[in-house]
Design a protein around this ligand. Structure first.
Ligand SMILES: *Cc1c(COP(=O)(O)O)cnc(C)c1O
Length: 462
């Protein structure tokens, strides 16, 4: 194996001028790591018989070391272009924030703030106070509390209300939410005892009644947000459960998941009731996410009766589940937009994307196709076609929204290869493949993505 012998030693590579120069920018251990990694790849390739002798030469190896260093020191968590058409895309960070929160978020992030300081009294304040009034105003609730995410909201509520006691819940609502997070398991972690009633497809009021004992502390309704049972089904509505709870003197909680704050009648999301509607129906507590339909940052929101929320605010677990200041800043800014429902629909990206009419998507598609054709070489073919997008985030699973799609093809590249190259490029692009075509959904492409998308496509053939 003459080629193996030609592979230089680490020290020798470290002495090369190009690598010495890199030591001025990068810490030495990182440079050593990069050199080792490049040499290991080279040895593996040599064993496979896959290299030519000049691969070991200084210019080629030096360039590889620099590329490896750039890759080792690039950020792992970064922006991607979402062309998947799944709006609340859990894998891609769920909801991009509204532009209007940028300033408040940056101010709080890069400076001191009144996070837990009451500016009027000059005394200690509560971080929860910054959004409580707004949440009450938007939902009609008496009190509100925010935590790290909705799973935390459910955990805190159950620990506070039902530790060591029974919680009655329908078998048809014991959902797994993704990332193998299961409602029944979270409930057990809270110390609550799960009392399942009914069957997978049908649960009746009498099922709840029969399960209630002196040990029952809560009736729980869970929004089956990420699946639908169709056919021979029956469920007890939030209003019916609330009436039963008040008759029996047992609190009723609804875990709604994707919380919606405004009347969406007249939009494709019309079937999603508001949080306020749950409360008006008599439900005592509602929990929901900040970053699903609401379109804000990851957060869990609990609204409802003060007598149930006060003990949660004093619960030791709250400290472990508490929301951080960046999230609070983004959440307050997002909630502000909901004071004017038209503004929320226009400016919260998640709502804007979900309600964008097909005509608008087609119009944007045509403009983008024209622009890309102008900017890209003829090897890349771009056409406009139609298809369906999804809500995602475990919300409205049956809803499919007609959409406009860019179909991208590059001479000599399969759709799979195109997908891989765009996904792993400098500016990662996530699309989907359907019947051998590589597609990017206009619904989830943001205007601000246009230039980056053009750059990413151009890099395919350069
Ligand atoms: C999504 C969801 C949760 C979990 O919310 P996170 O904010 O992701 O923690 C809990 N319950 C329901 C019904 C959900 O849809």
């Amino acid at each position: 194996m003459a080629i193996m012998k030609n592979i230089p030693k680490v020290d020798k590579v470290l002495a090369w001028p190009v690598v010495q120069e890199a030591l001025a920018t990068y810490p030495r251990p990182l440079v050593v790591k990069a050199v080792r990694s490049v040499l290991a790849d080279l040895r593996a390739a040599a064993l496979g018989g896959a290299i030519s002798p000049d691969t070991s030469a200084e210019p080629i190896l030096g360039a590889r070391v620099l590329a490896e260093l750039a890759s080792l020191s690039s950020l792992s968590l970064r922006r991607v272009i979402n062309g998947s058409g799944v709006v609340v895309n859990t894998n891609l960070g769920r909801s991009p924030l509204p532009e209007s929160v940028r300033e408040g978020l940056t101010e709080v992030a890069f400076h001191y703030s009144n996070l837990e300081f009451n500016l009027d009294s000059g005394e200690r304040g509560s971080r929860y106070s910054h959004v409580e009034k707004l949440l009450c105003e938007l939902t009609g609730a008496e009190a509100a509390l925010v935590v790290n995410n909705n799973a935390a909201a459910v955990l805190l509520a159950l620990s506070s209300l039902a530790y060591g006691k029974e919680v009655v819940v329908s078998r048809g609502e014991l959902v797994e939410i993704g990332g193998s997070f299961r409602i029944p398991d979270v409930m057990l972690q809270s110390g609550a005892l799960l009392r399942e009633v009914g069957t997978t497809n049908r649960t009746h009021p009498r099922d709840y009644r029969q399960a209630v004992t002196a040990e029952t502390s809560l009736l729980l309704k869970i929004h089956t947000s990420n699946f639908a049972v169709v056919g021979f089904t029956a469920e007890v509505s939030a209003a019916e459960l609330a009436a039963m709870g008040s008759e029996l003197g047992i609190p009723v909680m609804a875990d709604v998941g994707s919380g919606n704050l405004i009347d969406l009648a007249g939009t494709v999301l019309a079937q999603e009731p508001t949080i306020g509607a749950y409360l008006r129906a008599g439900v005592d507590l509602v929990t929901f996410s900040g970053d699903k339909l609401l379109g804000g940052p990851q957060a869990g929101i609990i609204v409802g009766k003060r007598k149930f929320i006060e003990p949660m605010a004093a619960h030791q677990l709250l400290r472990a589940l508490r929301i951080d200041k960046l999230t609070l800043a983004a959440l307050e800014g997002t909630l502000q937009l909901y004071r004017d429902p038209r503004r929320a629909l226009a400016e919260v990206p998640t709502l804007r994307m979900l309600t964008a009419p097909l005509s608008e998507l087609k119009e944007r598609g045509k403009r983008l196709v024209r622009r890309l054709r102008r900017e890209l070489s003829a090897e890349i073919s771009i056409t406009l076609t139609d298809g369906l997008s999804q809500v995602g985030g475990g919300a409205l699973p049956l809803l499919e929204l007609p959409t406009a799609l860019l179909s991208v093809a590059v001479a000599g590249l399969s759709a799979q290869e195109l997908d891989r190259r765009l996904r792993t490029g400098n500016i990662p692009v996530v699309g989907r493949i359907n019947k051998g075509a590589y597609l990017l959904d206009l619904r989830t492409l943001e205007d601000a993505d246009r230039q980056l998308l053009s750059d990413a496509l151009r890099a395919l053939v350069s």
